[in-house]
Write a protein that binds this ligand. Structure first.
Ligand code: FAD
Length: 518
């Protein structure tokens, strides 16, 4: 029987995995987590994807409880600044498109309003982001009522595969505070926590992991080992020699420099979205938390030195950045060829990472642990389950690589070598053909990357319309239709958005109340 799991690494991936396994299996599976006192976690990873709510839901955690403890705020989408031209911005919201006579609203929009703001014309969330509104009223009620919110009314806990509605928000949170929160959650539910360095990984004669050797606690034996050691990949890549498949050819950003900037959010306001600002050799993220801003420049080392990148980031932030210590990070972009080999599964950065644009790191972790639970062995190992797991996890990352490659390829900016090269860099297999088709017909569920990867066709449409570097057109068929109903729907989006902006509290007001600060 597989009964003892040893997790090596106590970053977000280690603690998310430990907490989830205990929530899924309870005492039937013993979980030990060993983490080093000396090797720091990556310290970033503070913006999420709207599916994260299933993770908290599965653990039975209420956002009103954990959000204040993690200085969390809401994220309703991403604001892209300067990707098309200096001063231009658009939103990629967590909002599906309305459909009129079988055509998404953006198809109709293309027929009548080219040159306007597709995002504000077609999505109400763009307005909430512009006006820095909360997605909830002060009563706690959500602005959008299509979801069963109360877990007590549901007979089961939800997971990613039950995601058949588009929930309108994700979260921003302090990564260190979330790790502490999950540490408490896990240890209170029986996770054995060992603070020590793993100094060796010992294999048996078959090449399976027998135990890991620690500096002070001796050997830690287990049936299944989970590698959460971050970019090091100490178990999977080093001890088991699993190769790493680089995505660098299509995604060149391989470095980042980050700052944690204390800020007066009452004065500044809390925009309920992550901002991604295009720069000369990459882009800068701005993540508003309750009490500080997380920010960082993601860049390609071939186009910019770490010193230049830090200078650029400090200038971007302004005097608030003076005296703050910068965190320089080298990123390994790509995925392990297989994430589960023998009795070792890599979760988190050791499994793969596709750069922070669109905030998918924690989504990969969530996907991996949900799949691990679905493929978990009982009294024998089954190669078919391992292969099925590896295929699913690889598809998710390959799909996100393709979506991100689209961001750079389709950006209209071409003002320096970095952006000129972005338009001509090789794109992953399949994307070139899809791009050709999307110029005649905007993406739909049949024409995007064919395996689950978290993003739906509306996301691809938002990026193509917002980035502006790839010509697109309205379906010619619409010329044979009466546009009256579509015009009414476009008017309705505006009316509903104006009413929401007038009636919802600001995000700052809502979050301050949640924190008991009013
Ligand atoms: P780490 O945080 O690196 O943790 C590794 C752990 O392993 C540590 O506890 C360390 O002590 C331990 N360890 C290592 N070696 C040993 C050893 N020998 N013995 C014992 N313990 C050991 N994701 C998002 O979802 N949203 C974002 O906005 C986002 N932004 C990002 C920005 C950047 C620049 C980068 C690089 C990543 C970002 N990510 C983001 C990804 C996210 O940060 C990671 O997916 C997440 O933090 C998980 O990291 P990890 O736990 O795999 O690794």
């Amino acid at each position: 029987m597989v009964k003892n799991v040893v997790i090596v690494g106590g970053g977000t991936s280690g603690w998310m995995t430990a907490a989830y396994l205990r929530a899924a299996f309870g005492d039937r599976i013993a979980v030990t987590l060993v983490e080093s006192k000396n090797i720091a976690t990556i310290g970033v990873g503070e913006a999420t994807f709207s599916t994260i709510r299933h993770f908290f839901d599965y653990l039975g955690l209420d956002e009103r409880e954990w959000m204040p403890e993690c200085h969390a705020t809401y994220k309703l989408g991403i604001r892209f600044e300067n990707w098309r031209a200096p001063g231009h911005h658009f939103y990629h919201p967590f909002e599906r498109l309305r459909v009129v006579d079988g055509f998404p609203l953006t198809d109709w929009w293309l027929g009548t309003r080219p040159g306007g703001d597709f995002d504000r014309d077609c999505f109400v969330i763009s307005w909430l982001c512009e006006a820095k509104r909360s997605p909830r009223y002060l009563s706690g009620e959500l602005f959008e009522q299509d979801f069963t919110e109360n877990p007590d009314e549901r007979a089961y806990r939800t997971t990613l595969t039950e995601q058949n509605t588009q929930f309108p928000y994700a979260y921003h949170f302090d990564a260190a505070l979330l790790a502490s929160y999950l540490t408490r959650f896990g240890t209170e539910r029986g996770v054995r926590h060992v603070l020590d360095d793993v100094v060796d990984v010992r294999l048996d004669e078959r090449g399976w992991i027998d135990h890991v050797l620690t500096k002070e606690h001796g050997e830690l034996a287990g049936d299944l080992f989970i590698d959460c050691t971050g970019f090091r990949g100490m178990l999977l890549n080093k001890a088991l020699s699993v190769p790493f498949v680089s995505y660098q050819e299509s995604l060149p950003n391989d470095r980042a420099v980050a700052l944690r900037v204390p800020a007066d959010m009452a004065a500044r306001g809390l925009r309920p979205c992550t901002t991604a600002t295009a720069m000369d050799a990459g882009w800068i993220w701005t993540i508003p938390l309750y009490g500080r801003v997380g920010t960082g420049y993601v860049y390609a080392g071939d186009y910019c030195t770490p010193e230049e990148a830090e200078r650029t980031l400090r200038e971007f932030v302004g005097p608030e950045a003076d005296d703050l210590e910068a965190n320089h990070i080298r990123m390994r972009i790509g995925r392990s060829e297989r994430s589960w080999v023998n009795n070792c599964v890599a979760v988190g950065l050791s499994s793969g990472f596709v750069e922070p644009l669109e905030s998918t790191g924690l989504f990969f972790i969530q996907n991996a642990i949900e799949q691990l639970v679905k493929h978990f062995p009982a009294d024998r190992w089954d190669d078919r389950l391992r292969e099925s797991y590896n295929r699913q996890v690889a598809n998710v990352m390959d799909g996100v690589r393709e979506f991100l490659a689209l961001h750079y390829h389709a950006a209209a900016r071409s003002d320096n070598d970095y952006w000129k090269d972005a338009a001509t860099r090789p794109v992953p297999d399949g994307l070139a053909e899809r791009l050709e088709l999307w110029q005649a017909r905007l993406p739909d569920s049949e024409t995007v990357f064919p395996h689950y990867h978290g993003f739906e066709s509306y996301s691809y449409i938002a990026m193509l319309l917002g980035l502006g570097g790839v010509p697109v057109q309205a379906p010619p068929a619409l010329r044979h239709f009466d546009h009256g109903r579509a015009e009414r729907e476009l008017r309705l989006v505006r009316e509903q958005a104006e009413a929401l902006v007038a009636n919802l509290p600001s995000q700052y007001e809502y979050i301050a109340a949640l924190n008991g600060d009013t």
